[in-house]
Structures are given as C-alpha cells and as structure tokens.
Write a protein that binds this ligand. Structure first.
Ligand SMILES: Nc1nc2c(ncn2[C@@H]2O[C@H](COP(=O)(O)OP(=O)(O)OP(=O)(O)O)[C@@H](O)[C@H]2O)c(=O)[nH]1
Ligand SMILES: [Mg+2]
Length: 184
C-alpha cells in the first residue's frame, strides 16, 4: 500500500482535489479539514493495489498531526492556489519539512497549482510553478478541482507510477504481487 500525503496551506483545495479524484464530485463549500484518510483500490498492471490518501489540515490550528503523516508518507502532493501568492511561497516550507522528516535522498512528489479556472484572480504565473518543480525535480500541473476531471487521475497515477518504479530495497511497504508493477 502506498501512502500519499496532500500538503498545502488552508483553502488551496486539498480536500476538493481529493473528493474530485475519488468521487468525481466538486465540493463548493469550505469546511476546514482536521484530518481525513481515504483508501482507493486501483489496478496496477494486473494487480489490485490500495492507495491511502492523507488529506491534511492547512489551517494552523489543526495541522499538528501533519508531522505524523509526513513521516509515514511514501509520496507527496504539494498544492498551492494560483490565486494566492502566500500559498505558493509556503510550499518551500512544506517541502523542507518533508525533506527533514523523511530523511531520504529523493522525495517522490508532484506540485499542483490549483484553481486555474479562476483566471481573473490569478497571481501566480505558470512559469513560477514550473521553475519550483524543476528545483524539486518533480512534475508540475496546473489544475482545477472544479473543472478538470481527467487531469487529477493523471496526476495521481504519475505519482503512483514513480512509487512503483522504486527498487524493492526502499522502505516503501508494498505487496509482493506488485514487485514488477506497471501502471496502466
Ligand atoms: N473555483 C475553484 N474553487 C475551488 C477549487 N478548489 C477548491 N475550491 C474551493 O476552495 C475552498 C477551499 O477548498 P478546500 O478543498 O476545502 O481547501 P483545503 O486545502 O482542503 O483547506 P484546509 O482543509 O483548510 O487545509 C472551497 O470553497 C472549494 O470549493 C478550484 O479548483 N476552483
Ligand atoms: Mg481540507
């Protein structure tokens, strides 16, 4: 089982992305997350594999649990909103926390700029996201939990594929059956 942790400041759309990905439904109301853990079965190669998604709290009052999730995480999705400069700036802090806490050479992650449907409110340029992702050696996507459907599947699958490709000796817990996994 792969544990995927979503990180980003409050209101950027972590929960909206999670629910859209899992249930193809967009949540319009804002209800700050305390902690949510979801499971999803996906087909990898010919095997059924379970991923666990940790939707963390961006709100300072609730994010004391995040350290625990980061330590147990296999892959990370860093999310900011293209309408919020501060949420972009703070990605560096999340990234550095992960780097410190998981103590691995390489962080398997994806960077997402969310809310691209709000083009009149955009304050973070796409090139800024691209540059940051290049620094982190990770993939970058701009998306919208409100409008995009396919893209979220692609994003999650790309990250899972990275995790599948890791050699067996890494600390990631996986079932025997996916030792030679290929993602469809
Ligand atoms: N227009 C638009 N609104 C979005 C999008 N994604 C999320 N929202 C809205 O932004 C608000 C916050 O979204 P959440 O998913 O709850 O944010 P969060 O990152 O989980 O916030 P915390 O749980 O507090 O950390 C909600 O009202 C969502 O409907 C998007 O892509 N486009
Ligand atoms: Mg949330």
């Amino acid at each position: 089982m792969f544990k995927i942790v979503l990180l980003g400041s409050e209101g950027v759309g972590k929960s909206a992305i999670t629910i859209k990905y899992l249930r193809n439904k967009f949540i319009e109301d804002y209800d700050p997350t305390i902690e949510e853990i979801y499971r999803k079965d996906i087909i990898i190669g010919e095997e059924l594999q379970t991923i666990q998604i940790h939707d963390t709290a961006g709100h300072e009052e609730f994010n004391i649990l995040n350290e625990k999730y980061i330590k147990n995480g296999d892959g990370f999705i860093f999310i900011y909103s293209v309408t919020n400069e501060e949420s972009f700036r703070i990605i560096k802090e999340y990234y550095n926390s992960v780097k410190t806490l998981i103590n691995k050479k390489r962080i398997h992650c994806v960077l997402i700029g969310n809310k691209r449907d709000l083009y009149n409110d955009r304050v973070v340029d796409i090139s800024e996201g691209e540059q940051l992702a290049m620094n982190y050696n990770c993939e970058f996507y701009e998306t919208s939990a409100k409008l995009d459907t396919v893209r979220l599947d692609v994003i999650f699958n790309r990250l899972i594929k990275q995790l599948c490709l890791l050699p067996k000796s890494t600390s990631i817990r996986r079932t025997r059956s996916i030792d030679k996994c290929t993602l469809l």
